[in-house]
Write a protein that binds this ligand. Sequence first.
Ligand code: PHE
Length: 385
Amino acid sequence: MFKNLALALTAVIALTSCTKKPSTDGTATSSNANEILVGEYGSMTGSEATFGISTHEGIQLAFKQINNTGGINGKLLKLISLDNQGKPEEAATAVQKLITQNKVVAVLGEVASSRSLAAAPIAQQYKIPMVSPSSTNPKVTEVGDYIFRVCFIDPFQGTVMAKFAAENLKAKKVAIMTDVKSDYSVGLAKFFKEKFEDLGGKVVSEQSYASQDIDFKAQLTAIKAAKPDAIFIPGYYTEVGLISRQAKGLGIKAALLGGDGWDSSKLFEIGKEAIVGGYFSNHYTTESKDKKVQEFISAYKDAYNKVPDGLAAMGYDAAMVLVDAMKRAKEPTPEAIRDQLATTKDFIAVTGKITIDEKRNATKPAVVVQVKGQDKYGYVTTINP
Ligand code: PHE
């Protein structure tokens, strides 16, 4: 134990006394023997910027905590982050660069399933382990044996919201509004529909839109005519915020429901009162009494002066699961890290216990929350797999 401590201290001193400080701001390009380079790609700008920023902050916090306690077997973590502007092509380019130019041993990302799907084949091709914090579409980890995630998947998330609509809200008729440009939205809409119909409910209107659209009145007018009890909108916050306002403008009273893609402090900023009362499924709730959750919230508040959303928690957990695999690996090589990631079992994370199954997914409970106001989400229920 003392030997390890001594080693860790030497590493810290070696780094602090050298002029090249470990950088976490994405500018690092070279490594040294005392560092482990990890790549991150995310939407730091664009209409899903809060996804990338929150995830990045969660990862950064995790790496800081690990480095402050000596790093991994004497080596410090260095994070290289690239912005993909919310575009799948840029996500692929970023991962190619992280692997071939920066020579990272592992990649963290992405949030949005379409971007994880664009980049995963590259990580797989170069045999560099990739851990998605929060991409929930099933296809993501099907890309290959180097692709992992630490979140639940959409067949489960769709089931959660279908059951919630049918059993808690007693909805009989729902409308669905799908973003056809998003693999996440298309998948979640399908899984929700299957389950809701299984439960005896009826889908009375199916409408579609494309990310970046701003006018949804034609679809909402059709939905209004079908008189649903609820509208399921498995989209991302920018469009969902606009849809909620236009729905209200048209006098639609149906309950609005969605998935994790609603999770952003921008949701209320865009949707205002129109989104209040809406329900969505998510990966964690800040209302949890769990010690691990409360410790995370207070460390995050200390670092960033705000309450962490689900993305931040998932970023933190993805980083910590990766760290755990690196600690168990004899050497931090991509292959050894991959093998240890695959055997992750009962890892105590902020968003619940993580066990990686044979398909490289995690099975975890989901929470349903209700939008109450700016950054205010009332906890409604937890649904176990
Ligand atoms: N699950 C979404 C997807 O796969 C991404 C997301 C996760 C968005 C968590 C917000 C919160 O595309």
